[in-house]
Each structure stands twice: as C-alpha cells, then as structure tokens.
Design a protein. Sequence first.
Length: 445
Amino acid sequence: MFRRVLIANRGEIALRIIRSLRSLGIEAIMIHGREDRLTTPVRIADEAIHISRNDPLASYLDIEAIIAAAKEVGADAVHPGYGFLAENPTFAQRLAEENITFIGPSPDVLRLLGDKITARETMSKAGLPIAKGSPGPISDINQASKIAEEIGFPVIIKAAAGGGGIGMQVVENDGDFESALKLCQGRALSAFGDDRVFIEKFIQGAKHVEFQVLGDGINAVHFGERFCSIQRRHQKILEEGPWLSEEIRDDIGSKVVAGAKAVGYKGLATFEFLQDSNGEFYFLEVNPRVQVEHTVTEMITGYDLVSLGIRIAAGEKLSVKQNDISINGHAIQVRINAEDPITLEPSPGRIWECHWPAGPGIRVDTHAHTGYDMPASFDSLLAKIIAWGRNRDDAIRRLDAALSETMIIGVDTLIPLHRAILRESDFREKEVTIRYLEEHPKLLN
C-alpha cells in the first residue's frame, strides 16, 4: 500500500479523497493555490504544497510543478480527483516516467477513451449499443451533409475530444447544418486544440443513465446505475439511483463490464448512456475517473468506491465479485452550487453563516463553512447533500427535510430550485428527460 499520496485537486473531492486515504492509513498531501490556502482540505492534510500562479486554475494544471511537488514530499502516488488533470494522458505518462503511480487508468486507456470517435468504435466492438452516426471525423460539408441526411434529422454534432457539453450542437434540418458544423469545429479547436467533430443521431426524449464500474486491468465489476437527467448546460445538478429494473441492470451491466475488460481498464470508471423513449440504450462515453455523484452508489451499495480505486492503483486485484454487490434502498444527491436558482448564473462570495443538515440517511460532502470565500475562478460546487431512504419516496422526503434545514447566508444557491424539483409532479412520477429544466421553466414561479 502507498505511504503518501499527493492530491492534485481541491474542494469537496479533495476532502473526500483525504478521508479514504486516512481510512487506509495513508498520509494525504495537498497542493493548493493562493485562493485555497485556508480551505478545509488544505488545513487538515498531513502536508500542503503551495503552487503559486497568477491564474488560480494554473496551480492545478501545471503538470511539471505538480510532479515536482510530489517528488519533494516523497509521494508514492497522485490522486487527480475529477476535472483539472484527471483525464490527461500526458500527466499520467509523466508520473509513470517518474515512478509515481497515477491513481486511475493507464495513459493509453486515457488516450483511447478521451477520443470519442475511437471510444465509440471500441465499445461498439465490445458489444455496447451505439447510436447511428458518422464512421469517423467529418470536415467536408458536402460529405457531412450527406451523412446527416442518411442518419435522419435531428442530428447532433460533437467534438471528438469534447467534454462538458463544449463543441456540441443539435441540428434540426439541413439548412442549419453548415453553420452548426463550423460553429462546433471552431469551439472544439478553441477548447481542446482539436477541431475534429463527428455526427450522431440525436436521441429525442432521452434520459441519461450511467453505470459505475471498477476494474483491475483484467477483471471488472459494476455497482449498478445512476439516473442523471436533470442538467443545466449539460452539467448534472441532481442524481439518483437505482432507476432500472433488475433485468435491464443485469443486461447493460454485463455490457459495461465487457467494455471495461476490452480496454484493460484499471480503476473507477463511469459508462454513460442515453435511453430513448422506447427504452433503448445508446453508449455516450466513458468517464475514466471518480464521478461527482459516486456518493449515490456508495449510499445504496455500502462500498467505499474511492478506497477501492486506491487499492487497485496500489496493485491489489479486485476484492469484490459481482455477486457480492447488491442494491439497498434509494439515494438522491443534489449539488449545492453557488448559483442564482432562477438564472443559474454563478454567485461567488463569502459565506457569512453556514449550517449543514444531519440525521438518519443524510450525508453531506463539502469543504464549505462559515467564513469560507467562494472564489469566482473555480466551479461553483459548494456541497453535495445525499439522502438515503428505504424507497424513492422516503429518500425524497428526507432530502427535502434536509434542504429545509440547510442554511447558507452570503451567496445564492440552488436549494430553492432543488426543493421545487423534489415537489414537482413529473419528477415524482419519474417522467424526466435531459430537457427537464427547459420543459419546466416555471418551477420557481
């Protein structure tokens, strides 16, 4: 097992990783920029290294500075969390060159999965269902238009190296296609340095379902599904599980395990799908890291997923068999973002008063506290509140009660929006698609 692990991240996920490291008897070392010097994870870590940069994001993106910090403190491994360098194959490769373990998949697997076109082809060969689309990247407008006509409108243009919804455009008809293609190519080049795009059939009335997977490079298991359709700007704000019948879970679960084995996946991964109105599934992508919403799966399966990922990185084989994993009850997570609940615009600032809920079945993952300055430079996530119940209705009631107890003064948050969602009839009846917020514009009226 590792002796010291450097955490190349910040905020609530850094604190979550520290907790797992401590439970495994491993020392936790933090890096941080100027804005994060007094945050909870930095203060409770065994050691902290300041990476001084004028740009706050650069402290967490400078590969050589992070590697130098890891060597300075004698770290055996680096945990990237999510975001920043978590999916960067160059970072993983450089760590390998320095004989420092990257807690995640190999650089080759990161490269494969980071290219949506290659990942799509690989998973199709492994038996995962994919939506009808272009056989590779497209650039010629005439060829692209012909492929779109063959697929049938509406289609969606995606960036091959994309993420976070960047470089993604839905096209309803041929007249809008050329301008949409150029727009996507420009955004993809600006965001990722790669202007390759491809076309897929747009799944109307789609639901977003994802499967949690753990692999050791040879074998793999899944921990069931999460439902993540309530999103804004392609970013999730509410996640829950379970969602599917046992029969469908076993079917799709066996496919994602086959996909993980096909690429020799090592560590935690999330296989994401869109489910159409007929119940058919279409592979979307693999997120090769711990997910923000891993907490939902931890609550309903009882496994510490972060610790399992660390054990795998340390060279252990899978200690969990598929038959060992069962789902108990229902869990719902809401992201407490510092955002205006109506406009969804960021609301950075100082928290003058803060009280988090507790009680049976309630979990809060947060780095925020009274006096915390929410910086404008980073993602607006302040906390995740997760409620577990014996069934979905029980979990909804507990979560609403927990949100009513939560007090945050100084910044706007999404709490009013979440409480409105929890009480809305379509949500209660599970009539939810990825366009839920657009289809319910008056939730807070």
